[in-house]
Write a protein that binds this ligand. Sequence first.
Ligand SMILES: Nc1ncnc2c1ncn2[C@@H]1O[C@H](COP(=O)(O)OP(=O)(O)O)[C@@H](O)[C@H]1O
Ligand SMILES: [Mg+2]
Length: 359
Amino acid sequence: MIEVTAADVCFVHVLDETGRRLVLAGGTPPFDELAGTIELAVGEGVAGWVALHGEPAVVEDKWNDPRYRYFPELRGENYASLLSVPMISRPGHLVGVLNVHSESRRHFSPDKVSLVGHVANLMAGAVENARLYTRLAEREEAVERFAQHTLELQEAERQRLAAEIHDGISQRIVSLHYHLCAAAETLPPESAQVATQISAARDLAAAALDEARSAIGGLRPPLLDDLGLGACLRGLARDLPPGISSDVEVDTSDLDAHVETAIYRMAQEALQNVVKHAKASHVRIELRSLPHVVQVLVVDDGVGFAPEAVVGQPGGTRYGLTGMQARADLVGAELRLDSTPGKGTRVSITVPVSEPLRP
Ligand SMILES: Nc1ncnc2c1ncn2[C@@H]1O[C@H](COP(=O)(O)OP(=O)(O)O)[C@@H](O)[C@H]1O
Ligand SMILES: [Mg+2]
């Protein structure tokens, strides 16, 4: 700037977040060291005037200009004339003010004013981009923290539920079963009908206990930290009922803990759906580490369904697929359901491997 204008020093004052103050953001050495330490209110000094009016100021004799404000740190006594131009990134959007000062007294020509104005506007665009990048990176980080927190809360809630079922419902079913057994033993031999009823009640209690146990099993936190996602997916395959065979192929993956938890829970729900709805004989589970993404697939050979008739339907009470979608959104994963009635179902979860956003 000082070369093209044949001036001696140049300062960049950037408008702060409040839009009310200009902060010195840079300058010709040695003044660059003062960055961040000098502030002007909008309306104060020549730069403040320029910020307020959005138009350049050409000041030939600053000591006779009422707008001028003296800063000892900027050694105002050494400079006689200045040109001050607004830095505008897009119409109506002031980013800051650029000043050039000359030691000797001179008049900046309209050509120079226009040239400096153009450069100032280019700089304004760059400053604004840098700020947007920073804000975006901060937001990205905030979303990440939110996702992590939400998933941790969900896991804590599941653990609480598992404990409640285990210590409450399951214990009571166990003692119910015990009392029924005791009652059956004290029955006189002629009460065959009562014995049949008690036996049926006992079977129901046993079935209820099994269900409670499997609910606890589903709620239990996966040992992701110890075993890794791949091994935990193998574990899910092992828990499939005997009628469904499986093959599992897993790469190692390196994802944030909360993202692994989310993927695990999604895969778990997909497999529960296979067991509950698909009437499948085989299911394939894959964990693939690809460049930039990790993909998990759950593919069954069952009856299939029409996903569009289920997902995103208002008033639906099913939480499985909706919950999967919510988890996917939370960690920035893409959930795809490919299914045709009669043709089996393919659930694919693709999550980007996070590369932090940099300006
Ligand atoms: N793998 C699958 N095979 C066949 N049908 C499925 C499969 N996954 C989901 N579905 C269908 O989608 C519906 C919604 O699933 P979901 O939201 O998990 O609820 P829920 O499992 O509680 O019924 C299921 O009721 C079922 O009809
Ligand atoms: Mg389900």
